[in-house]
Structures are given as structure tokens and as C-alpha cells.
Design a protein around this ligand. Structure first.
Ligand SMILES: Nc1ccn([C@@H]2O[C@H](COP(=O)(O)O)[C@@H](O)[C@H]2O)c(=O)n1
Ligand SMILES: O=P(O)(O)OC[C@H](O)CO
Length: 324
């Protein structure tokens, strides 16, 4: 048994490790509704999707961790219930028998300021930053980006980052409703209040992490609520400075895959540098009884997403050498 397992690992048939993922649960104890564009949203059902996900991840007994790609709660959650609702959802994730890594999204920030949100999600940062990295095995590093680092939501009124974001939106989006893309052309349609940017300090931090990962010959998976490639996402959902972030990422060869949420219909692309981009389908938009979650088997030369329900399975191949 032991030797046949060893052979399987040598042949790359057994993953190095696996992890679970889910995005845009956006739970609220309110009746079903629709997005601005009319897509049905099942606010009370989404917690059932999460519960089924956790049950399945635990049953597999192989996942090293789980990543929540953001928007654990919906913006329509009554604000006097925000804290308890985020706690309730975070507690559901805690039923997973292993570490859970949370990413913040716009809907989280509609509900709670960072100072209250981050402790509930066990994101430790005295400065309320929500970016961090971890290395589950020596050959891989996961980098979680804070796509709302520069944002008009989540930071206190008058905070330098709020002011920077408001000025940016004022310059880039002439509409009174800064969530409206009306009149914005092509990729400019991302300049909306429900998106945000990676700020200068975070860019410097990311540069340092990618430099270190390169030295350690680690392959890197980037995780962010906001998508980083127009090929995998609608223009309206992209990170404001996705181009700057990708320019930095492309200076290194270690980044193999970028995973995101936010654009509920999901998407997949491979960019001109061979980096895979997979945007995850939302749990919120699963009609009752259906699901959207998955897990990933990580190998030397590929990342294999195995989806349940609306999450489509995706094989993402890359060079087995970290620096190629
Ligand atoms: N094409 C769009 C999409 C959205 N908006 C505005 O954003 C708000 C949030 O959108 P949801 O998809 O979460 O419903 C929405 O209320 C609109 O203000 C838009 O203007 N045009
Ligand atoms: O975060 P939401 O739910 O407002 O949705 C964002 C849109 O899907 C972006 O296109």
C-alpha cells in the first residue's frame, strides 16, 4: 500500500495537497431578490450551500485548509444584524476541521468597518490590512490580496484611503452614482465604487513576497476577491489597478494561478504570460437545492479545480519548475 502510494506520488497522480473553496455566500436573513441586472439571488439559501460545502470538505478528510473568497454577508443584511450574521457565517466555516482563510469583499464592508470585521474573520492586522500570505507546503505560497485597500467603503470617513478612493472615483467616473458604469467605455467600466485598488504599500509587500518566493523556488497562487484579468471577468468587476498588479506579477515567473470571486457568473482565462485566472461562481446565486463550491488538488505541474454544482471543474497546467 505504502509503496504503491509512493509510486503514485512520483508519477504525479496524487496531489501534493488539497484545499476547499467557496465564494460570494452573501447570506442575509431576507427574502430572495435579484441583482441590479435581474439575476435571482437566494439570500437565505446560501448558508445551506456553505453548510453542504463544509460537510463535504470534512467528509473528504484530505483538505489542508479552506479559502473563502469574500462577501460572506450581503449588503442588504439589516445593519443591526451585521455583526451577529458575520459571526454566524464565520462559525459555519469553523466547523471545517482545519484552518480557514478569509478574504474580504465589498459586501463585508457594507456591513462592518474593518476594525470589527477583521477580528471576526481572524485576519490579524493592527493597521486593519487584509492582505497576508501563507505557505501550506514548502513548494507553494498563497498570497491573499486586499482588493479594497484603496476603497471608498470600509475605511472610516475622512481616512486618507477613503479620500484617495473618492478622488480616484471623481476623476475616473463622471456619474453621480459612482456604482454606475453608464458612459464608461471598455475597461474604464471597472471604475465603480463597489471595486477598489491595491495601494502602494501593499504593492511593495507583494513585490517582496514574490521576490522571496522566487528565491525559495515556490510556486505562487494569488487570491483576491476582485478579478485580475479581463479575460476571466466582466469589465465592471475588475480591480481598479489590475493592470499594475499584473505588471508586477508578470515580472516574476513564480505566479501560476490567480483565483477570485466577485463576478458571480464565474470565468476562466489564461493570460499572455501563461498565468491562469479562475473567477468562482457565486454561492448566492444557486437556486434552492443547488450548490457552488469546490476543492482544488494541487500538483507539481497543475492545479485541478473540482467543482460541485455551478462551479465548473477546471484543469490548470503550468511548468513544474517554479522559475519557468
Ligand atoms: N451594470 C450595473 C451594475 C451595478 N450597478 C450598480 O451597482 C449596484 C450593485 O449591483 P448588484 O449587481 O450587486 O445589484 C446596483 O444597485 C447599481 O447601483 C449599476 O449601476 N450598473
Ligand atoms: O458584489 P456585488 O454583489 O455587488 O456584485 C458585483 C458584480 O457582480 C460585479 O460585476
Amino acid at each position: 500500500m505504502g509503496s504503491s502510494n509512493g509510486l503514485a506520488i512520483a508519477q504525479g497522480r496524487q496531489p501534493l495537497f488539497s484545499f476547499g473553496l467557496i465564494s460570494d455566500v452573501q447570506y442575509a436573513d431576507i427574502p430572495d431578490g435579484r441583482s441590479f441586472l435581474g439575476v435571482p439571488r437566494y439570500y437565505r439559501h446560501s448558508i445551506l450551500v456553505l453548510q453542504r460545502a463544509v460537510k463535504e470538505w470534512n467528509a473528504h478528510q484530505k483538505h489542508k485548509f479552506v479559502i473563502n473568497f469574500g462577501d460572506i454577508v450581503d449588503g442588504y443584511c439589516p445593519k443591526d444584524q451585521s455583526f451577529d450574521t458575520v459571526k454566524k457565517l464565520a462559525d459555519e466555516f469553523e466547523i471545517f476541521e482545519g484552518p480557514v482563510y478569509h478574504i474580504i469583499g465589498n459586501h463585508c464592508l457594507y456591513n462592518l468597518p474593518r476594525s470589527k470585521l477583521l477580528p471576526l474573520l481572524k485576519i490579524q492586522s493592527p493597521e486593519c490590512h487584509a492582505y497576508y500570505d501563507f505557505s501550506p507546503v514548502p513548494g507553494y505560497r498563497f498570497v491573499v490580496l486586499d482588493g479594497y485597500d484603496i476603497s471608498a467603503i470600509g475605511w472610516p470617513q475622512g481616512h486618507p484611503k477613503t479620500l484617495e478612493a473618492l478622488k480616484f472615483l471623481q476623476d475616473k467616473n463622471p456619474n453621480v452614482d459612482k456604482n454606475s458604469p453608464t458612459g464608461l467605455v471598455g475597461l474604464e467600466r471597472r471604475f465603480l465604487m463597489f471595486n477598489g485598488a491595491v495601494g502602494k504599500e501593499q504593492m511593495e509587500w507583494l513585490d517582496g513576497v514574490l521576490q522571496e518566493a522566487t528565491e525559495l523556488k515556490q510556486k505562487v497562487v494569488i487570491c483576491c476577491h476582485l478579478p485580475l484579468d479581463p479575460g476571466a471577468s466582466s469589465k465592471e468587476a475588475l480591480l481598479w489597478n489590475y493592470d499594475e498588479v499584473m505588471n508586477l506579477i508578470h515580472r516574476y515567473k513564480c505566479v501560476k494561478v490567480c483565483l477570485a470571486g466577485h463576478d458571480h457568473r464565474g470565468g476562466y482565462s489564461v493570460d499572455s504570460y501563461g498565468v491562469h485566472h479562475r473567477v468562482l461562481e457565486a454561492a448566492l446565486e444557486c437556486p434552492p437545492g443547488t450548490d457552488a463550491f469546490g476543492y482544488v488538488d494541487v500538483y507539481d505541474d497543475r492545479i485541478s479545480l473540482i467543482g460541485t454544482g455551478r462551479i465548473e471543474s477546471t484543469e490548470m497546467y503550468f511548468n513544474a519548475q517554479a522559475d519557468l
